[in-house]
Each structure stands twice: as C-alpha cells, then as structure tokens.
Write a protein that binds this ligand. Sequence first.
Ligand code: ADP
Ligand code: GLC
Length: 487
Amino acid sequence: MSPLGICLVASEVAPFAKTGGLADVAGALPRYLSRRGHDVRVFLPLYSSVALAPGDHHPVDFLTDLELSMGERRVRFSVITARLAGSELFVYAIDCPELYHRSSIYGADDDHLRFAFLTRAAIECCQRMGWAPDVFHCNDWHTALLPLYLRTVYRWDHLFERSRTLLTIHNIAYQGVFPRSVLPEVSLDGDAHRFDRSDLDAGVVNFLKTGLLYADLLSTVSPTYALEIRSGELGMGLQELLRQRSESLVGILNGVDYSEWNPETDEFLPAHYSADDLSGKRANKEALLDELGLAPAPEAPLLGIVSRLTPQKGFELLYDVLPQVLAERDVRLVVLGSGAPDYEGFFGSLQGSFPERVCFYRGFSEELAHRIEASSDIFLMPSRFEPCGLNQMYSLRYGTIPVVHRTGGLADSVRQWDWERQTGTGFLFENFDATGLRWALGSALATYDNRDAWRRLVANAMASDFSWERQVDRYIDVYRRLSGRAD
Ligand code: ADP
Ligand code: GLC
C-alpha cells in the first residue's frame, strides 16, 4: 500500500515537552507510523524547557526567520528540526521565543495566541515544503482551530484541496474557552459567524467546540470514552454536538511504547525482571523504599500513584480509605505528582502521620515514575473520568496490579480479577464513591495475601498487550478512510 502523508500537530510531544499522556501519544504514534513507511511530520512549540540533544538537531534553512501576521501583530519564527529519540524521524519545533519562552507550557494569558500560532505555523511550513498531507491530525483544543483555518485563512491555497482533518480529543474537560475579543488576534475576526452562536452571545469562543464542528473526523482515546462523552455529563457540555456527529466519532485506545515501558530493559531501574523471574521486582522495591527513606517491607505491599493531581483523578476517594488501611495493616505508599492544593495537602499530611510508610514526592520525575511502576504491587487510579489513561497499562506490563474506577480507558484496559476462574488483571469499582474504592482496594489486598492467586494475577497482567504495534493500524485505517485512499 502506498504511504500516507500525515501532519501531526500537538502542544506536547515526548520526550521534548510533557505534562501528561498527550505527550506520550504524540511522541509514540508518529514513530510507529514512520516505521510502517508513512511520511509523518510532527509540529510542536520549541518551549524554553525543551532540551535538544547536541548534534541531533539543526535549523531548516528555508524555514528560517519567517513572519506571520496574527491580527495586527507580526510574529517572527524559525523552525528547528530534531530527531525523535528511538527513531529516524525528525520533528519540527517552532522556534518563537516571544511566545514559547515562558516558565511553564500552559497557563499564560495569551495561550489562545500561542497555540493558534502553532497551528498556523504548521500549515505555513507545509506550504513552504510544498507538501499536502493526506491528513492533518490535530490534538485537543490547542490545535483544534486547524480545520477552520483551512476553510478560511488558507482557503485560497489549492495545495490543501485534498487534505482532510482528524481531531483527537484527549480530554474534553479542557476546551480552550476565551473571550470572543481574541478573534482578531487569532486572525479569525472576519469569521466570527462560523463559531457557535450561543457562545458568541455569551461573549466567548470555544476552540475545541470549533474543532468538533469543522474537523472531517473526530476520534477519542478509548471506545468507552467515545460513548461516555456523547451520552451524558462527561461530555462537559459538548454531548449534544457529539451526538449529532456520532457517525464521525471513533474511539481508539492509546497504545504503549514497550521499548520505553518494559521491565526487562527499562533504563531507569536498578534491576530488570520478567514474568518468568520476578526477583528483580522485589529488588526494585527494596531499592526504592531505601531511596525514599521508607521502612523496608519484604512482605508488606507497596501502593503506588503517579499522576497529575487534578480533580479528574478522583483522589478524594482516598481521604478516608487510606488512613484506615494504613492504621489497619502494614502497607507502604509512594505518591509522585503535583497540582491541586487539596490533593497535595492530603498526601503531605498522610506522609506526616506515617513518615516511615508513606512518601509524597511532589514534582515531576520521569525516572521516579518508572521506578514506582516497577516497584509497586498495587497501582491506584480512582479517576472520576479517564479518557484513556496510560499508567494503568504501564502498570500491567510491570506486574503492578491496577485498582481503578470503571470509566473510559480504564474500563477498556483492565479486566476484573475472578478468583474462581483465575482470570482478570486488576480490580475495578463501578460507582465513583469511597465504598467502591474501599471494596476494590480491600479485594486487591486480600488477593495479595494469597501467594498463588497473586502470582497468577501478576502473570495475567504482564501478559496484557496494548502495544502501539497493534493500535497504529487503527489510526492507519482512519487516515485511509478519511483520505479516501484504500490503495
Ligand atoms: P493524563 O494525560 O491525564 O495525565 P495519562 O495516564 O494518560 O494521564 O498519562 C500520564 C503520563 O504522565 C504518564 O506517562 C505518567 O507516567 C506521566 N506523569 C504524570 N505525572 C507525572 C509525574 N509527576 N512525574 C513523572 N511522570 C508523570
Ligand atoms: C489525556 C487524558 C488521558 C489520556 C491522555 C492521552 O490527558 O487525561 O486519559 O491517556 O490524554 O491520550
């Protein structure tokens, strides 16, 4: 089959820039597409935090010192191309210090401009490359204006006549809602009528909603989330629109890049292990407890959490349950993350109450994330909602048993442990409440106490396969469907 041309635009791409799972997906999917021989060109901002490996990046001479008008403002930028680790693929980083040299990736007053600019810069680069991708693949609200730009600002350019657009919703809770007065700044003042009428009446514009209106095809990151967001409150106000576009919405579960998340080769682990020999897992646990200054626990289970600490993640369900569990039995808890003050306060005070058994590491650490996945026995993800979730899939491969709320991608990737049949890979609770979580964690701990059952459960978990190797075909099918190219 002939190769497809895919232009993927995202606000985060691992390992260059990452706050969450979007980066993992935007880093891995292109690598797998390119291994299949497709022409993938990835665009992201060159934030000041991006560390480029020496020798592995260079300026693109015909994309240097360009100017783009955003309303009244003229913005200058250049493009640096950099090798995506673990591949021969080079990504395109938009170098524009006035917009991207900030203290963090998100949260600036001019985010509307920063990401609308990224979107337009990607299109302008394609023009200068003389390249018409079969599909422009945009991700979340940041790049959701792309389909509208093609119909307005770039309508004149016949180069893109046959290009189609796919918008992937990684999280519908973030929509990019701004005062309608930003329209001139994002070069769409003459196109106000194309935005949702009721939003305009309320004085706002919604970038994600605009993408949902104009993209040729929509996808989200798990089949269950694709149902949830059109059926009820998880649609966060966009459910009606998604119902209308039901035929054009597909759910594709994210994949895992097992070249990065594999306990047999993981570069961040003191000891490697496999399903056949779990002694390395025990060694990792011992080393991690020591590293974090916790009491050794040859027999006691270690509970792990690695997460953005946002309300989506549902950690309030732990408020009563964890202190109780810690009081009743010997367990260890390691938490890595930062965010909402309530959550940080809870984990901080839990550490204060159980200093030898609980460690709250406030911050972001790729290395520690890998070590927690490898060392823990049980992984807690009580998310209120979870479009896909990657950590539960990483946990499975590391033989770390997930305890999760049955929602979104958690429902699609974890199977309930059944003691009778010895099947299943984790513990799921149905209703988002403390009773459900208490039951699921209690069941996990009771199973842990039975060596044979636990060994079986861990073996089941480690045999799960969510590789990109498989999932990439789902995207290729969608791209072909969109482009009308079955050849
Ligand atoms: P989300 O995108 O909602 O944050 P996911 O489970 O899809 O949730 O992806 C989270 C990604 O971010 C995983 O790769 C996880 O390991 C990583 N991550 C989250 N918080 C941290 C942290 N504090 N330190 C290191 N990695 C983190
Ligand atoms: C979002 C979601 C998460 C998903 C990730 C990558 O941040 O919260 O569930 O796995 O995007 O698609």
